[in-house]
Design a protein around this ligand. Structure first.
Ligand SMILES: NC(=O)C1=CN([C@@H]2O[C@H](COP(=O)(O)OP(=O)(O)OC[C@H]3O[C@@H](n4cnc5c(N)ncnc54)[C@H](O)[C@@H]3O)[C@@H](O)[C@H]2O)C=CC1
Ligand SMILES: N[C@@H](CCC(=O)N[C@@H](CSC=O)C(=O)NCC(=O)O)C(=O)O
Ligand SMILES: [Zn+2]
Ligand SMILES: [Zn+2]
Length: 377
């Protein structure tokens, strides 16, 4: 297949909210600096649903969604040295080139090398898509497009991992689990003894809980409007639960009252701007830090009284938990292999690529954390 166009199955999102259809898609060979990957397993993240739902200002249609996956390198373009055919890899929507201004800053995991292209659904080399159906281009998504049996990614957007790792599990390290852990370890830098509040107990929020537990937090307060989440959350380190629907007072006041003035760290893992405000305002004055992890819909804005910040609270955000993708995803995979972090526990459902619409339905049901799709049926 090297150097040839591959025709394979992919789930195409033609329009927002319209069911995806499985199509025969032509995947062009990788150009210089590109890697063609056979995707074996891909999970769905809430961000896929957000873009499919028309809430993403960068959402372009028709496109191939998907960004939490694992596979094997099929071929590489000219000049690619970091991976070779046969390598086991995790595509990384947050690139790491190591050479651009932001990579070299040492202050962030955001990489600027390919972001301008991935934000408009194309590849950097020629500004075009590698996907087409009978000559009609189909946009890439987040530089990964993993709802396909084959995809093409930039070489700076692929992490080589230990071939011993089960790809049907570690695909989750391509987004949700890594993001939650990193939000605690890299962005907030939670210290032992801290009181932590987590708003939203989906995969991302539960990974925050696991990160907080390993960081030595003394109390981990989980807040969710779905009380069914509470039982499972105990297994990830949540020690106390609050359902805002069961309280008359604003949730920030409920939390302040039960924590002697507020929490040390809070994490918003929903994408709701009102909850983002509550998450900031439940922090302790003088030092409490709130991290925005959730992705809010196009047009939404956050607000609070400036006094909240003047009086010492800190408002931050995180992308991919602050992890440098190509360097640190292999490290996370190794931690999983050493049983130092959970991954299997987040997988509540397994389906095939052709059942992807059912998987999107499941994502909106309380009982689903992550649904992993096998792509090679
Ligand atoms: N910043 C980043 O790098 C990343 C951000 N995300 C974003 O993180 C968010 C969470 O993702 P998932 O865990 O996959 O989503 P999810 O949908 O599985 O979890 C969200 C949870 O929030 C709860 N919830 C909804 N409204 C609520 C409210 N008003 N108050 C309290 N709880 C509420 C739901 O019951 C659910 O348990 C999404 O917005 C996603 O787009 C995901 C991955 C990476
Ligand atoms: N396209 C959206 C922004 C979506 C967003 O914030 N994405 C996160 C990752 S969410 C993963 O599930 C992210 O890493 N953001 C940083 C980035 O460089 O994209 C919009 O335009 O609002
Ligand atoms: Zn994601
Ligand atoms: Zn870079």
């Amino acid at each position: 297949t090297q150097g040839q166009v591959i025709t394979c199955k992919a789930a195409v999102a033609w329009e927002p909210n319209k069911p995806l259809t499985i199509e025969d898609v032509q995947v062009a060979p990788p150009q210089p600096g590109e890697v063609r990957v056979q995707i074996l397993y891909t999970a769905l993240c809430h961000t896929d649903a957000y873009t499919w739902g028309g809430k993403d200002p960068e959402g372009l249609f028709p496109c191939i969604l998907g960004h939490e996956a694992a596979g094997i390198v099929e071929s590489v373009g000219e000049g690619v040295t970091n991976v070779q055919p046969g390598d086991h890899v995790i595509p990384c929507y947050q690139a790491e080139c190591g050479e651009c201004k932001t990579c070299k800053s040492g202050k962030t995991n955001l990489c600027g090398k390919v972001r301008s292209a991935t934000g408009v659904g194309v590849m950097l080399n020629d500004g075009k898509s590698r996907f087409s159906i009978n000559g009609k281009p189909i946009y890439h998504f987040m530089g990964t497009s993993t709802f396909s049996q084959y995809t093409v990614v930039h070489d700076v957007s692929v992490a080589k991992i230990d071939p011993k790792a089960p790809l049907e599990k570690v695909c989750l390290l391509g987004c949700g689990v890594s993001t939650g852990l990193g939000a605690v370890w890299n962005t907030a830098k939670v210290e032992p003894g801290s009181i932590v509040a987590i708003f939203g107990l989906g995969t991302v929020g539960l990974a925050v809980a696991e990160g907080a537990k390993t960081a030595g937090a003394s109390r981990v307060i989980g807040i969710d409007i779905d009380s069914k989440k509470f039982d499972i959350a105990k297994n990830f380190g949540v020690t106390e639960f609050i359902n805002p629907k069961e309280h008359d007072k604003p949730i920030q006041q409920v939390i302040i009252d039960c924590t002697d003035g507020g929490v040390d760290y809070s994490f918003e893992c929903i994408g709701n701007v009102s909850v983002m405000r509550a998450a900031l305002e439940c922090c302790h004055k003088g030092w409490g830090t709130s991290v925005i992890v959730g992705v809010a819909a196009s047009g939404q804005e956050i607000s609070t009284r400036p006094f909240q910040l003047v009086s010492g609270r800190v408002w931050k955000g995180t992308a991919f938990g602050g992890f440098k993708s190509r360097s640190q995803v292999p490290w996370l995979v190794d931690k999983y292999l050493k049983k130092e972090i959970k991954v299997d526990e987040y997988i509540t459902h397994t389906l095939t690529l052709s059942e992807i619409n059912k998987a999107f339905d499941l994502l909106h049901e309380g009982g689903c954390l992550r649904c992993v799709l096998a792509t090679q049926e």
